[in-house]
Ligand binder design. Structure first.
Ligand code: SAH
Length: 253
């Protein structure tokens, strides 16, 4: 028996991996994060499976379901939004499974910050502009270590993907201003790849007003950085015709 933590992707049901679908198809119990996982994915489950929405359960109740499935020798598909490794709260489940001697595996997924980049049609790492992506959030009930506050991270000027924070956009902006210029581009993507997706673009100066006027206060990624600037003209060495390396021979083959 195995508990499979599966990245369900950002919303579009076609953005789960093939491996994720194959495992989902064979499991006898499905526990999915009902608030953000697209319910259309449930149609890939076998008929007659037990299905639970984890948004109505606490950690103990989720683990109890896994313990019971283990006793019954039933495989469990635990569907998490995006990729389970990013704010997926799998660590606390894994610690409990270790204690119970229950086998588990993790199948990655398309995280929502990558889905946001894709709908914006942008590269997060533009040569000579930035080669670093900071994934972070504003502190809430979950405390963010002092050295990792957005204010502290802003000094790098790198691309930043801010999760779980759009409801506090003013606080985010105040902290961003400590490091970025006020005209740095910002994009807020609400429900990337869902049918009701919304994209709001602006700068550190005006994004807060724009986001509020659209009524966005949950399920959004805030992307910050010069990578959003469409006028940048820089080129990677990867496809430079003078540059050969182990991935691409100089003759271009
Ligand atoms: N594991 C998930 C993140 C879970 S935390 C992942 O890899 O994407 C939940 C937060 O993720 C939300 O508050 C929001 O910031 C972001 N999020 C999840 N799905 C999203 C989507 N489709 N579009 C934009 N943001 C999303």
């Amino acid at each position: 028996m195995v508990v499979y933590f599966i990245g369900a992707g950002p919303g579009d049901p076609e953005l789960i991996t093939l491996k994720g679908i194959k495992v989902l198809q064979k499991c006898d119990v499905v526990i999915y994060a009902g608030s953000l996982v697209n319910k259309d994915l449930l149609k890939y489950a076998k008929s007659g499976v037990e299905v639970y929405d984890s948004s109505t359960l606490n950690l103990d109740e989720i683990i109890d379901l896994m313990i019971k499935a283990n006793k019954d020798k039933k495989d469990v598909a635990r569907l998490h939004t995006g990729d389970p490794a990013i704010y997926g709260a799998i660590h606390e489940q894994i610690m409990r499974l270790e204690r119970e001697n229950i086998n588990y595996e993790v199948i990655p997924g398309v995280s929502s910050f990558l889905a946001a980049a894709s709908v914006l049609k942008k590269e997060l790492t533009i040569p000579e502009i930035t080669q670093t992506v900071i994934i972070t959030r504003i502190g809430g009930r979950t405390v963010v270590p002092k050295d990792e506050e957005i204010e502290a991270l802003s000094c790098h000027g790198a691309t930043m993907a801010i999760f779980l924070s759009v409801q506090e956009i003013d606080k985010v902006i105040t902290e961003l201003k400590k490091g970025y210029n006020e005209d740095t581009p910002v994009a807020v993507v609400y429900k990337a790849t869902w049918e009701d997706q919304m994209i709001v673009t602006g700068t550190i100066n005006d994004i807060s007003h724009k986001v509020k006027s659209k009524g966005i206060n949950s399920t959004a990624i805030i992307l910050v950085g010069e990578f959003l600037n469409s006028n940048i003209e820089t080129f990677s060495r990867l496809y430079d015709k003078e540059f050969s390396h182990s991935y691409r021979k100089k003759d271009g083959l």
